[in-house]
Design a protein around this ligand. Sequence first.
Ligand code: NAP
Length: 248
Amino acid sequence: MDKIAIITGSSKGIGAATAVRLASDGYDICVNYLSNEVAAKNIVETVKTYGVNAISVKADISSEKEVDMLFQTVDLKLGKPFALVNNAGILFQQSPVVEMTAERINKVLMTNVTGYFLCCKEAIRRMSTKNGGQGGVIVNVSSAASRIGSGGEYVDYAASKGAIDTFTKGLADEVASDNIRVMSIRPGIIATDIHSKGGEPDRAERLAPMVPLKRAGSAEEVAQAILWLASSQASYITGSTLDVTGGR
Ligand code: NAP
């Protein structure tokens, strides 16, 4: 099996930790990012210390053209992907729904939902055994927000993650006969920069006492779960959603 993985949004946070974790398991890695070239190149260097091939590709996953370019670059430089981790996600300043503009809502949905569809489409074309591929695995990074709803914070973001849980189940049914497994993972409160974008950099610390395990999770703890789902140890799992939330 050619172990090649594309991790969207892997210049930092959960995506970066996943790139490193998959590299430690022998995957060649494509680090995708939106703007932070320096951080992406640093992750590539870290990944290469595991003796695997790695590239970074700047591509906005909400753009069909850029997603096409991302996958064509991987074809040329690494080969056909076996694993796709759909991880790149965004949220905006905490806000009640009544104050959300259509522009904001559509931007969240374009990245967090349409972007996941577009990347899956390109991945399936390459992975499907019906097209001569070797099969594969797709892990969609959703969020516990899909259950909780994020009222008063970012319901647009939570709704986008609800869409991903539904997408995961439907797509898993569609591509099971192509030898592709599709799962989603729902991180809870994980200490990354995403909370700053919501306007509350210390959000993870504030909410930690509400978590049954009494702490925020780390990006590495989510990455471990993604690696397990992608591995042959999870070979009878597809269409499922795994909570990585410390019990919340
Ligand atoms: P993060 O630290 O803000 O990192 C986001 C990453 O996504 C960055 O690498 C960023 O690239 C990239 N990105 C953003 N928009 C993109 C686009 N349009 N195209 C390509 N790449 C894009 O976020 P995180 O906390 O690690 O979150 C990763 C995923 O986990 C997201 O889907 C998020 O919803 C989910 N999640 C996070 C938490 C949490 O508490 N942290 C909880 C539940 C779920 P640049 O650096 O180049 O901008």
